[in-house]
Design a protein. Structure first.
Length: 152
């Protein structure tokens, strides 16, 4: 499921993806190959659970590697200095919001370990400023939030 859409990342986010890819392509791939070779030595492959499990794990590993390579190929590193000088929400921004019930939540706009810019919350917050109220159209229903603070 490759996409041609660019993926904005901070330099730290890109480095995190690159480190994960290096781990998967190096030691983890070698472990998968070794597990298959070991399982193959157990005999008849048609009834060899260990062999089929190892092949399945290898397939999942290779899929993750493909996904990471695709994301890195589409990565566009955002200028964090420009983003920090901005008073609007962008990729890499930590946003504190408060919902209608007064509950506070801090999120980071990031497709690596945070709230994706393409998610309902991310789309609602991008480009907004402190004090803005946003309507978030989530699958579980709409809700309203106010932006309390921004950080980098």
């Amino acid at each position: 499921m490759a996409s041609d859409k660019s993926e904005p990342l901070t330099q730290a986010q890109k480095a995190q993806l690159e480190a994960e890819l290096a781990e998967l392509e190096g030691p983890r791939r070698a472990e998968a190959v070794q597990a298959i070779a070991s399982a193959r030595s157990f005999g008849d492959l048609s009834e060899n659970f260990e062999y089929h499990a190892a092949k399945n794990e290898q397939g999942l590993l290779e899929r993750r590697i493909t996904m990471l390579r695709n994301r890195l190929d589409r990565a566009v590193v955002v200028d964090e200095d420009v983003a920090a000088a901005s008073d609007t929400v962008g990729v890499g921004t930590r946003v504190e919001i408060e919902d209608e019930q007064g509950e506070r939540l801090e999120v980071e706009i990031s497709s690596v370990g945070g709230v994706s810019p393409d998610s309902p919350v991310g789309r609602a917050l991008l480009g907004r400023k402190v004090g803005d109220e946003v309507d978030i159209e989530a699958p579980s229903g709409s809700w309203r939030a106010r932006i309390l603070s921004l950080g980098r």
